[in-house]
Ligand binder design. Structure first.
Ligand code: DON
Length: 351
């Protein structure tokens, strides 16, 4: 969907002037958030959080994907992109890490684009499992089997929903969609893909379990392969924050102005993130932070503040549930300081 929403006023003004002036994206699209975060506030709080948590040493890199065990565990970057396009960064924000499970959010968005939210809900489900992200027990136990689009089984089933004449065409669609959400071309980190493809017996087993219950919608191993590729896409914290800001900005990329995600799909995506974005850590996350978020075993967490922006923290050491320790601490700190918790009336300006 490559159309841009242009306001009538903008088009008329451009026609009268005979030229297109370099207006902001908000002006070009005729849409903007009334609550975008202010730069001064965000800069101050991000700097405080960076200082407070840079010495945190708890957690351990994921090692079930051999590549991830060797990533420098001291890397630490924070990026915020607001819905009006402001960018605030700190630390290692140029380092390209594998997006891992955070990709699940965007494949979900792509599946909804063609099938619509009701069909995706029917085919995948949206119940939290309370179990590890790669649990085969959840596939057996959950009434829908695929559980939700953000655990491995549900994500493989979601990847199987992407249409195309063959595996490569489906993959090209996925990568193009991620790139449009990021506002720049993204690529797979080949070493991650190879490392993960050589060690993903667990995901292959999940795909066959799903097949047993008729909850996968294309060839199981083919779907696992595209899912493995999507997890191996490289992003830096800034690119990922822009992908999140696209969700925060009602589906419009704040950098390019492109409508990447349908506005009516956004609440479904964010509610799935709130429910299951941090797996069996999701309840604690909702309790303490109150923001839709998604973690990846590469060490990233993306949190979305609807209407305001997105924050990404990248720091590889993970807790038991597979969520970056530092990223959780930083986002909780920032959300509390800036009244971002969606369940608090303070988040909508209550004084
Ligand atoms: O399939 C896997 O296990 C990984 N590619 C992704 C898992 C993941 O990122 C879980 N996140 N916290």
């Amino acid at each position: 969907m490559k159309i841009k929403r242009m306001s009538a006023t903008f088009l008329v003004a451009a026609a009268i002037a005979g030229t297109v002036l370099p207006l902001s994206i908000a002006a070009q699209t005729g849409q903007s958030s009334p609550v975008a975060a202010s730069r001064a506030n965000v800069e101050k709080v991000i700097a405080e959080a960076y200082e407070k948590y840079k010495g945190e040493t708890r957690g351990k890199n994921a090692d079930y994907i051999p590549y991830l065990a060797h990533v420098d565990s001291k890397l630490f970057g924070i990026a915020v992109v607001t819905t009006d396009g402001k960018v605030i960064t700190m630390g290692d924000v140029d380092y390209s890490f594998s997006i891992q499970s955070i990709s699940k959010v965007f494949t979900l968005a792509l599946a909804m684009e063609s099938l619509g939210p009701d069909e995706v809900f029917k085919k995948i489900g949206s119940e939290p499992t309370g179990r590890a992200f790669n649990s085969p027990v959840a596939v057996v136990d959950m009434p829908t089997h695929s559980a939700n689009p953000l655990v491995n089984a549900g994500a493989i089933a979601t990847a199987s929903l992407i249409s195309g004449k063959d595996k490569d065409e489906k993959w090209a669609k996925i990568l193009d969609f991620y790139s449009r959400a990021a506002g720049e071309k993204l690529v797979v980190i080949d070493e991650v893909y190879k490392s993960e493809a050589a060690s993903n017996e667990g995901n292959k087993a999940l795909s066959y379990l799903l097949a047993k219950y008729d909850r996968i919608y294309a060839d199981p191993f083919e779907s696992v392969d595209n899912y493995t590729k999507q997890c191996s896409v490289g992003v830096n914290a800034l690119q990922l924050a822009r992908m999140g800001a696209t969700l925060a900005n009602n589906g419009i990329n704040p950098k390019t102005g492109e409508v990447v995600i349908k506005s009516e799909d956004v609440p479904h995506i964010l509610s799935a993130m709130m429910m299951a974005g941090l797996y069996d850590g999701s309840g604690g996350w909702a309790w303490h932070v109150g923001l839709p978020a998604k973690s990846g075993v590469g060490g990233g967490i993306l949190a979305v503040v609807p209407g305001k922006g997105a924050i990404v923290v990248f720091a590889p050491p993970l807790d038991e549930a597979g969520n970056s320790v530092k990223a959780q601490e930083v986002i909780e700190y920032v959300a509390n300081k800036l009244n971002y918790n969606l369940y608090s009336p303070l988040s909508v300006g209550w004084k």
